[in-house]
Structures are given as C-alpha cells and as structure tokens.
Design a protein around this ligand. Sequence first.
Ligand SMILES: [Zn+2]
Ligand SMILES: [Zn+2]
Length: 158
Amino acid sequence: MTALFPRTFELPAAPPPLSATDAAAAIWLAPSTYIRLRRETAGLTHAQVADKLVAGGTALPVEREIARLLVRDLERHGVTARQPSALITLRRIFPLDPDIYWQLVYRQGEPPRLCHTCGCSYFDSCQLGGHDSADLCDLISDTLCSRCATAQAEGAAA
Ligand SMILES: [Zn+2]
Ligand SMILES: [Zn+2]
C-alpha cells in the first residue's frame, strides 16, 4: 500500500493558484505524450522499460517483445491505459504522476500544471542534484520548469 499512497504522508502545501492569463493560455497535453516525455526524461528506451516490466533476463524473448509493444503503444496518440495499475507499475520504472495522467485522459477542469518539455509536475519534480536529491525544480509557468528553462537558456547561449 505504501507504493500507492506515499503522498498522503508527504503532502506539501497546495500548489499556487493559476493566474487568469496562465489559465487562459493553458493547453492540454495528450496522455501518450506525457508518458513519452517522462520516459525520455528518464533516459530509457521502450525495450529498457519493457525489460524492467518483465524482470529482464529471466523473461522469455516473446514476453519481452510483448512488453515492449505495450510500452510503445502507450505512447501512440489516442491510446490510453485501461488499468490504473498500469501507471502504478510504470512509476516503479521511471518517475511519473498517475494523477496527472488521468487528468490528461479525462480533461475535466483546467489542464494540470506540468512542464511540456520534460513532463515533470508539482508532485513529480526534477531532482536537480541527481537521484535522491532534495533539490527540486519549480514550475516557472504552466508549461515550463526551472530545469528545462535553464537548459534552454544554456542551449540558446551556446
Ligand atoms: Zn521540465
Ligand atoms: Zn522539472
């Protein structure tokens, strides 16, 4: 159960409210795009995710291939995971926020605030100092986080 409800015990303050102009400019990402961004940000290929899903070396090649196709299909436009458990399982392999995923699927209310470059969000921030770092990025707009903003500025300056 701890894997399902960790945030109950570490819930930070509510995210800052949207300003009117931010809300008007907000756009919806496709859930398939969200999954792709989070996987790419983690530096994993479809095959690497699939191997982790089926416990790598012990799985039959056909099982690994089926898993790879499932992972790939989740990133095809219009495809949505059928089971919430799929997102919980994927989150053990690379960082993502299942709530963001389902918000993007059902599109109720305002679009969630998340970085459209790396897919990070309020409860799923970039760790600036590497794995286990407590130094987290901030969302500096509805569609960009501080880490990606810095990377883009450095790219533009180079
Ligand atoms: Zn970002
Ligand atoms: Zn970030």
